[in-house]
Design a protein around this ligand. Structure first.
Ligand code: AMP
Ligand code: MG
Length: 420
């Protein structure tokens, strides 16, 4: 693991030294590298896992030149220039059961989709363009060489690089690998992530809420996000804002996990107390990031584990997770490409924004009647309002320097599909 660049000092909320989002991400990614450790998995179990080897095709796909349609295998040289010609049908080629002979001048073979093209034939005439009459078939002018024929190796040539190392295996990949007869793959080991919530006001589900207490929701959003990413989870529950409890939980997490994620307790009022504990146990920096939501973020290392102290507010947790934690986890998982889709669309609504920080506003991306995409804000952007996060299907990313967005302005969006 690489060294972590220390934080700039930054005391007041609109400090010029607050860390820009890009810089924070840069520092985080600089400090992480892929875990070592691999396992061999059966093809199906490898879905969503990160490939730890490049895959080279052991064979050509398709293995044989075959018909792309149902019809007649013919010789282009036999086709008439005008009018029609009758060819003698000498047999049938089925998918999985080839015709054993050869197509000679004046002959044709009835052929089904996927059947091996018999030697001698160089074109397939679709059955819709042929007229069968007993042992004879009538065709017109125009068949071209290789027409309706899938050449051996046209999907994959033997020895061709098929999948790169560091790829997250998709359903198409599983099919592709199956088409090559590959049954087992080497993938990176699973990342182990421990997480807990901090706060005296938090209760776990099933408990009775007393005055001023709330249910712990962050552990559920974190569970969802981490589960979807495909890591091994260690849910450590709620930890009280007490020195010994926190120290114990952090030490315990560091013994078992590659990454520790906490929420709450890093905002200005509470930071000093946690800061002390984290300083004793490891090397953690407290950053103020020029962003909304999610200003405070603690990042560093406890023992061999990477540590992320996320803010407590429910939407801040999700945004800081997606913008900072998830890219780092993806890199640690060994994924070669860690970017999420981001593109520009016009915004239908006015979005209030202050210059000097990147804002991640909740948006709803919709296809208009004319087929074009448009985004609108979800309304209430409070960092505790999960309702609008739940209604949103994207984040609208408003850049550091810009101000309020007027309707019709093009904005950057990160769709949840592909991000989540
Ligand atoms: P903190 O960063 O600890 O000051 O928390 C900021 C706000 O987020 C407070 O209103 C907390 O009650 C709330 N909060 C902290 N942790 C959680 C949690 N796990 N679930 C729901 N709300 C939380
Ligand atoms: Mg708290």
């Amino acid at each position: 693991m690489n060294a972590i660049t220390p934080q700039p000092s930054c005391a007041d909320p609109f400090d010029k030294e607050a860390l820009p989002v890009q810089e924070a991400l840069h520092r985080i990614l600089d400090a992480v590298e892929a875990v070592s450790g691999y396992e061999k998995l059966a093809l199906r179990s490898a879905l969503g896992r990160i490939l730890a080897q490049a895959v080279v095709s052991p064979m050509a796909v398709p293995a044989h030149t075959n018909a792309a349609v149902d019809g007649y295998a013919v010789r282009v040289a036999d086709a008439p220039l005008t009018g029609t010609v009758e060819l003698r049908v000498i047999g049938t080629a089925w998918a999985g059961s080839s015709f054993s002979g050869r197509v000679e001048a004046g002959e044709a073979v009835r052929i089904m989709t996927g059947a091996v093209v018999p030697p001698g034939a160089d074109s397939i005439v679709m059955q819709e363009h042929a007229e069968r009459d007993g042992d004879w078939v009538r065709i017109g002018p125009g068949p071209k060489s290789r027409q309706n024929i899938r050449l051996a190796g046209e999907d994959l040539a033997a020895g061709m690089a098929v999948l790169e190392e560091g790829r997250r295996l998709s359903p198409a990949d599983l099919g592709l690998l199956a088409s090559l007869g590959i049954t087992e793959l080497r993938v990176r080991r699973r990342l182990r992530v421990a997480f807990f919530s901090t706060g005296d006001e938090l209760r776990s589900l099933g408990e009775i809420l007393a005055e001023g207490e709330i249910y712990d929701s962050n552990r559920y959003t974190l569970y969802g996000m981490l589960q979807q990413l495909g890591v091994e989870l260690l849910d450590m529950g709620v930890v009280r804002d007490r020195r010994e409890d926190l120290a114990m939980a952090i030490e315990e997490a560091a013994r078992h996990a590659d990454v520790i994620i906490t929420s709450g307790g890093v905002s200005v009022g509470e930071a000093d107390f946690i800061k002390e504990i984290l300083a004793e146990l490891g090397q953690v920096n407290f950053w103020k990031i020029a962003m909304k939501p999610g200003r405070p973020l603690a990042f560093g290392r406890i023992g061999k584990s990477l540590f992320f102290g996320l803010p407590g507010n429910p939407v801040s947790v999700m945004v800081t997770y997606y913008e900072f934690v998830q890219p780092a986890l993806r890199r640690m998982m060994g994924e070669a490409v860690i970017d999420s889709p981001r593109f520009k669309v016009p915004c239908a609504t006015r979005l209030r924004k202050k210059p000097g920080r990147t804002e991640f506003q909740r948006g709803i991306l919709e296809t208009q009647a004319d087929g074009s995409l448009m985004v609108r804000g979800t309304g209430d952007q409070g960092s505790g309002i999960l309702r609008t996060m739940s209604r949103a299907n994207c984040l609208i990313v408003l850049p550091h320097d810009g101000g309020t967005i007027e309707p019709g302005t093009w904005v950057d969006v990160q769709p949840f599909h592909g991000l989540m």
